[in-house]
Design a protein. Structure first.
Length: 300
């Protein structure tokens, strides 16, 4: 096992406005919610907190606005000890995610990018050297993602969520690419140059993604665990921990951050994904994203 090196997350930070309700509304329908809450979120910030709580020295690089939401967006990262020296302040407002969660833990999310839209190539270049394993998502501009990949000196963990257009050469720099089954199909569509999204089984999609030249890949499958594959090795399907889900918001981010943390500790990809699955399972048993992340690893 190697020494614990740093994880650097370049990405988004938001304030989540979460409404809890019995069922999600249909198109044009109004549903009364039981309650709402304001909490920190954003895929990048979520992953940074998860990496820190999973045991890695972690830095978050992103942007917030000059508003009251900025303190909420960064509060739990600061409390956990995530390094925030290179978070920039933008004239754009802090990003906001509007989340609806039903009684079955299903959710729908709309994101207003705000300051996250300013994390461009220029801002990432200005941040300087990116230390250790670099983690990226799809909630910042493609130019910022590509520049971060160019500056990375270690593995790049790419969680292209949401799936945005990214040049083929940059998609193939991911090591690993960490996505859910829907995102995997959309990325395959990009790499194939196809007009339609594949509806094939996830192992087939994984094989086709690897055939394009990816170094490694993790496809999360919710309650069915995840698929893990690296070039030159056989695909593995890891089982999920069986729990009663209350709110799945931020669980995928918890998984990605924990994967990066364990890779920084020297775990194999399969070992990292197995740990991350257990870490993420703890988060779905409470409401919220960052608030649900375990502050102790004793339960793992």
């Amino acid at each position: 096992m190697t020494d614990n090196i740093q994880v650097t997350i370049v990405g988004s930070s938001n304030v989540d406005i979460t409404a809890l309700m019995n069922r999600l509304p249909g198109p044009g329908e109004t549903v009364l919610a039981d309650s709402y809450q304001l909490s920190p979120g954003g895929k990048g910030a979520n992953q940074a907190l998860a990496a820190q709580l999973a045991g890695a020295r972690t830095e978050f690089i992103g942007a917030v606005g000059e508003d009251s939401h900025a303190k909420i967006a960064l509060g739990q990262l600061e409390e956990a000890g995530v390094k925030l020296d290179r978070v920039s302040t933008s004239r754009q407002p802090t990003g906001v995610a509007i989340i609806q969660v039903d009684s079955g833990a299903e959710n729908s999310i709309a994101v207003v990018s705000g300051a996250n839209s300013t994390v461009t190539a220029e801002v990432v270049n200005a941040a300087g050297t990116l230390h250790g394993i670099v983690v990226l998502q799809g909630e910042i501009p493609a130019s910022g993602i590509k520049t971060a990949m160019d500056l990375a000196t270690d593995k790049v963990v790419l969680n292209l969520a949401p799936v945005i257009e990214l040049d083929r050469d940059y998609l193939l720099k991911a090591n690993p690419l960490v996505v859910n089954e829907h995102e995997a199909a959309l990325i395959l569509q990009q790499l194939d140059g196809s007009e339609t999204m594949s509806t094939e089984a996830e192992p087939v999609i994984a094989e086709k993604l690897m055939a394009h030249g990816l170094a490694s890949l993790v496809i999360t499958l919710g309650a069915n665990g995840c698929l893990v594959v690296e070039q030159g090795t056989e695909m593995q399907q890891l089982s999920a921990v069986k729990v009663k889900a209350m709110d799945t918001t931020g669980a995928g981010d918890a998984f990605t951050g924990a994967v990066a943390a364990r890779l920084a500790h020297g775990d194999t990809l399969a070992q990292a994904a197995d740990f991350a699955g257990k870490f993420a399972a703890l988060t779905v048993q409470a409401h919220g994203a960052q608030a649900s992340y375990p502050r102790s690893l004793d339960a793992l």
